[in-house]
Unconditional design. Structure first.
Lengths: 496, 123
């Protein structure tokens, strides 16, 4: 079998676009299609038959296909490898501080290393009290809860994603908003505090439109520039859906898309929260004159922004603008850096994707876990910082898995884990070593045979040494020297 | 009976500037051992098997660019991969992203691998 490659017509495959801003990948808006064209109308025109490939399966890349095939075991192996890498990074930081003579920092990082080292080395066994003999006991890992630990991060993200998915039923018009600020060279806890305050203020300013939702603060590290990028993803339920692409309004003297007007307004509000030359938003109940002044300022900003464009849509893509000199381009770029902020707004079409986007902050940190110069400042900055928050109609929703008052997890808390009879009354058995548990084909962890529901754990329970010593003293033979079952002079036990 | 020998696919490792071309016949997920830790856990990878213009099979492992540009539905199409180089701005765990130019034929290869052109049609 052979062929002549010169007669074959090839087409180049492009990688998915990497947008200049973070957030969900921009997708081409779906064309308006009709199932049955009008009489005489050509299907090759605007009214094309709808594709049967509604899931876009034919265009699925090998990468997406491979990710779908990934088993729980493979995911765990990946996370384990990342965790080992993180451990070596933390070890390096620890050793560097120890070598520099910084005892307190060295001690802090030593503790972190031990936490990571012992992560998921012990497991808690649970048996179904309702149907003991019929349901195999399950095992739940004791994690280190380190902010960067990939194993713990994966568990956290899975729990939070399940909770967010249950909230989707409450969403009428879900929208994903991404708020960004320029990259910074250093990162501190104050940066997160400030960002959260501003994000809350921004959401409050959109209060008439945004009913509720959840936002998360995500941090990424640019290895080339050595800068940090803090941004927020907001999954919001809005009262009115975003306008369609065909809706146009007058904005700053020109006809523009209504969607773009909303996006620009949000960007302007976000920009003003960070100070600058554009003033502050008017208070509630401000005079009409003041509100009109705000509109004037906004339209002025839009007008100048139009003149400061550095890219244009050409040949079906955004390309650098042509016909301007380097000096003009540099001036425009500088103006944009000072007076524009990247804000992305899009309606949610894929709810799973939106949940993944909001919860990316949990797992994305592993991308720089091999860099000590990134791990150390990040850990110091996020210590105690809240990175996810519900608001509005979602306020009070707990994204962590709830436990009962007695510490027992009941049916509604176990989500996918179910016992044979369905009552799901799980009771804690004890603590087991890692080699006493195994992952089964369905991804659940269970105790290895011959351990069963009667076992009380393989990890010995910690005892009080004093009690042990006292037991030894009082366990002597009765025919000892004083005849009272203890040696003479041995009335007091020693606590070591 | 005409028999043909089935050969084990030759494993190719890309060198900068190298161009490989063939008809994609299989995409398979495999586990690859880490050479530094032969006893340690294996990492998942994608193995692509192609037939060259002489019908000899060869295979290679996928990377990010190849995995996102090729599709499972490309099986049966001719592909041409050119290893351009490394992107120093993008990387993970100290490894830089390999940049590939991926070309895929618009039509699937027939069973007998003869791609018909206009010249083959006598009228």
């Amino acid at each position: 079998m052979s062929y002549d490659s010169s007669v074959i017509e090839f087409q180049e495959r492009a990688a998915p676009s990497r947008p200049s801003r973070l957030g969900t990948r921009r997708r081409k808006p779906r064309q308006a299609v009709s199932a049955v064209p009008e009489a005489g109308a050509s299907r090759s025109g605007a009214a094309r038959a709808p594709s049967l490939d509604t899931g876009n399966q034919l265009a699925t890349s090998v990468r997406d296909w491979a990710n779908e095939q990934m088993t729980d075991e493979e995911i765990r192996q990946n996370n384990r490898a990342l965790q080992r890498q993180l451990q070596s990074t933390v070890h390096k930081i620890w050793q560097d501080h120890a070598a520099a003579g910084n005892a307190s920092e060295a001690c802090k990082w030593e503790k972190q290393w031990f936490k990571l080292n012992n992560c998921q080395s012990e497991w808690v066994g649970y048996r179904a009290e309702c149907c003991k003999g019929y349901t195999q006991p399950i095992a739940v890992p004791i994690g280190c809860n380190h902010r960067l630990c990939p194993l713990c991060c994966y568990q956290r993200s899975q729990k939070a994603r399940r909770r967010i998915k249950t909230m989707f039923d409450r969403l009428t018009h879900p929208v994903l908003i991404t708020l960004t600020i320029p990259n910074r060279e250093t990162i501190r806890k104050h940066d997160f505090t400030l960002f959260r305050q501003r994000a809350r203020k921004f959401i409050a300013q959109q209060g008439g439109w945004i009913k509720g939702g959840v936002y998360s603060l995500e941090t990424t590290y640019n290895r080339a520039e050595k800068t940090w990028h803090i941004h927020a993803h907001i999954l919001a339920d809005v009262s009115v859906p975003l306008p369609t692409k065909s809706d146009k309004i007058m904005l700053a003297g020109e006809k523009d898309f209504a969607f773009r007007a909303i996006k620009l307004r949000m960007e302007f509000d976000w920009l003003r929260l960070w100070g600058g030359a554009w003033g502050k938003r008017a208070r509630k109940g401000a005079k009409q004159q003041v509100i009109e002044g705000q509109t004037y300022t906004f339209e002025k900003w839009v007008e100048i922004g139009r003149r400061m464009k550095v890219k244009e849509y050409r040949d079906r893509a955004w390309r650098p603008i042509e016909g301007i000199g380097a000096k003009e381009l540099a001036m425009r770029s500088q103006w944009n850096a000072q007076n524009r902020r990247v804000v992305d707004v899009r309606p949610v079409t894929d709810r799973d994707g939106a949940a993944r986007e909001v919860l990316k902050y949990i797992t994305k940190v592993a991308a720089f876990s091999d860099l000590p110069q990134a791990v150390e400042p990040f850990c110091n900055a996020v210590r105690g910082a809240r990175l996810i928050q519900t608001f509005g109609s979602w306020y009070g929703v707990k994204l962590d898995e709830p436990k009962g008052e007695d510490g027992v997890l009941h049916a509604e808390d176990w989500s996918e884990m179910s016992c044979t009879c369905g009552l799901n009354i799980w009771h804690r058995m004890g603590v087991f070593y890692r080699n006493n548990v195994q992952m089964e084909a369905d991804g659940r962890w269970r105790l290895k045979a011959p351990l069963d529901h009667t076992c009380r754990g393989t990890v010995p329970r910690p005892t009080i040494r004093a009690l042990d010593a006292r037991k030894e003293i009082f366990s002597h033979d009765n025919d000892s020297a004083d005849g009272h079952g203890r040696e003479a002079g041995a009335g007091v036990f020693e606590i070591r | 009976m005409d028999m043909e020998e089935r050969l084990e696919p030759e494993f190719l490792k890309f060198v900068k500037g190298e161009v490989i071309e063939g008809v994609l016949i299989q995409v398979k997920r495999i586990q690859v051992a880490n050479p530094d830790r032969p006893d340690g856990p294996k990492n998942p990878a994608t193995r692509y098997t192609c037939l060259d213009d002489e019908g000899k099979p060869f295979c290679f492992l996928g990377c990010y660019q190849i995995d996102v540009k090729l599709r499972p539905t490309d099986i049966g199409r001719a592909i041409r991969l050119t290893y351009i180089g490394d992107d120093t701005n993008v990387g993970r765990n100290g490894n830089q992203m390999k940049v590939f130019e991926v070309m895929v034929s618009k039509q699937k290869a027939p069973e007998d691998m003869t791609f018909i052109t206009d010249e083959d049609i006598p009228f």
